[in-house]
Design a binder for this molecule. Structure first.
Ligand code: SAM
Length: 258
């Protein structure tokens, strides 16, 4: 058995078509650059903004995800687009010294915040700067693979999901926590909040309204619950189910690899 977690070659060529960055159509390579700009800009204020704009709800959504992940001592867990490390920190405590939990992200500013937070919490874990669409890990390595509020920012969600499945061991699971389609009667209120209050908060707290306008737009462009479930199945995941959280503001999708 090869126990080296890093894959020797994870390169893949993309054809440069166009895609959406929020409501704007951009070249695919431009999207990655713009997403990077968003997270470089907000990294320092990312955690406080999460608490303020969700009124603390993101903690509950993540706690639910952590419960569903059911990480036990000795398990191997990969958190993709892990940012400041909310999930990885909890998983590392659950997996313990015998386990292995990776905090990964494509953005150095977010990962630096995350790594500092781990150090402050006295948690040592491996950290990797990598693209969720081209994971530098061997096949069948992890018991649990998670991505929270990250898939929406990725250009090729099909590739990212296929990569998540690839690095999951048979019997393991892939979990996607993401903003989703809110219960229709709440949509007008939710839209008013997203397109007015979020950029306003972004401006005052993080000095950046554009990034929070992008957040609101990118949520609308992300696949709804059933579409994402279909994408996960197309990526080869089985028994895909989802849990709506806070009337569908968020959804946790779980798929299995057999
Ligand atoms: N998972 C963390 C959480 O729940 O608080 C951070 C989520 S943050 C909204 C989205 C993260 O996705 C950012 O840290 C960003 O750098 C990362 N990201 C965007 N595109 C990515 C990609 N292609 N591969 C890996 N990470 C990516």
């Amino acid at each position: 058995m090869n126990d080296d977690p890093l894959r020797s070659d994870s390169s893949a060529k993309d054809s440069a078509g166009t895609t959406h960055f929020g409501f704007t159509q951009v070249r695919e390579d431009e999207k990655a650059r713009q997403v990077a700009g968003v997270f470089h800009s907000v990294a320092r204020k990312y955690d406080v903004m999460n608490d303020v704009m969700s009124a603390g709800l993101h903690r509950w959504w993540k706690a639910f995800t952590i419960r569903q992940a059911n990480v036990r001592p000795g398990m191997k867990v990969l958190d993709i687009a892990g940012g400041t490390g909310d999930l990885a920190l909890r998983f590392a405590r659950q997996a313990g010294a015998a386990g292995e939990v990776w905090l990964t992200d494509i953005n150095a500013s977010m990962l630096t915040e995350g790594r500092n937070r781990m150090l402050d919490a006295g948690v040592l874990l491996p950290v990797a700067l990598c693209d969720g669409e081209k994971l530098p890990f061997n096949d069948n390595r992890f018991d649990v693979v998670t991505v929270a509020f990250g898939l929406r920012n990725m250009t090729h969600k099909d590739k990212a999901l296929a990569e998540m499945r690839r690095v999951t061991r048979p019997g393991g699971k892939v979990m996607v926590l993401e903003f989703s389609r809110v219960w229709a009667p709440l949509a007008p209120l939710y839209d008013a909040y997203s397109f007015n209050v979020l950029p306003w908060l972004g401006k005052r707290i993080a000095g950046d309204d554009d990034s929070y306008r992008y957040l609101a737009e990118s949520i609308r462009m992300h696949p709804a619950q059933d579409e994402l479930a279909r994408l996960m199945e197309q990526a080869g995941l089985d028994k895909v189910q989802w849990f709506n959280l806070t009337a569908g503001v968020c959804a946790l999708h779980v798929g299995h690899k057999y």
